[in-house]
Design a protein around this ligand. Structure first.
Ligand code: ADP
Length: 226
């Protein structure tokens, strides 16, 4: 489904963020990417949404070279990938409902679909009761749940979550991972970065370890070795 073929990324300031990275992601996998700060985890995820371009190598989504897509096809691809970030990235002057509705409008969905689907995804993340709350009225864990609801509402094939629990306490971290596992169980591929050992152990499954831009381990059975 996703294929990184000898991908390297050197930023203009000469930082080597990725160094000859090759791996594949199969549909419905839940992959945890671990590594110290600066190891290249975020850059790896940014390649998938073409927020960064490789200095060498290629990234394929199905048979398409992501970085060679035309604008229109790129927009289509981006709709197939939902994103979640450590800092939530909600629109501050919109309610939980409106934040999610906004993502649906951008994808060209109808009003009827919005009215039907927003409450449904908010229920899925256990936040039906906070539909009309603004981000500043929500806790960190609740904000992240809205962000996840927004990421899944257009039914993407993949969720890319960059340190989604980085700003959360252990209980909220546990809840967020449980929700992501549930979404994965419903058939969505998940790629998540973390440097939290507990998170890795909770998720289980495939763990990729990055160090200084290199993929140094790819374990089928959740191991956190750093
Ligand atoms: P991680 O997510 O594992 O912390 P990053 O992918 O953010 O790692 O960073 C990998 C390396 O690339 C680091 O050395 C970082 O300083 C550098 N880097 C990341 N983004 C940029 C950028 N936009 N410009 C220059 N260097 C960057």
């Amino acid at each position: 489904m996703i294929y990184f073929d000898k991908v390297s990324k050197i930023y203009p300031d000469e930082s080597v963020a990725l160094n000859d990275v090759t791996f594949t992601v199969e549909p419905k996998e839940f992959i945890t990417i671990v590594g110290h700060s600066g190891a290249g985890k975020s850059t790896l995820l940014k390649m998938l949404i073409a927020e960064e371009y490789p200095s060498a190598g290629s990234v394929f989504f199905e048979s398409a070279n992501i970085h060679r897509l035309r604008k229109k096809d790129m927009s289509k691809l981006r709709r197939r990938i939902g994103t979640v970030f450590q800092d939530f990235r909600l629109i501050p002057n919109k309610t939980a409902f409106e934040n999610i509705a906004f993502a649906m409008e951008a994808a060209g969905r109808t009003d009827a679909e919005i009215q039907a689907d927003v409450p449904h995804v908010l229920d899925l993340v256990d936040l039906g009761s906070k539909m009309w709350s603004f981000p500043h009225e929500l806790s960190g864990g609740e904000k992240q749940r809205v962000a996840i609801a927004r990421a899944i509402v257009n039914q993407p094939d993949i969720i890319v979550a960059d340190e989604p629990t980085g700003n959360l306490d252990p209980i909220n971290t546990y809840d967020i991972i449980t929700i992501l596992k549930k979404i994965n169980g419903l058939g969505t591929t998940v790629l998540l970065t973390t440097h939290n050992k507990g998170v890795v152990e909770n998720i289980g499954g495939r763990v990729i370890t990055m160090e200084k831009g290199k993929m140094i381990r790819d374990d089928r059975e959740g191991k956190y070795i750093l």
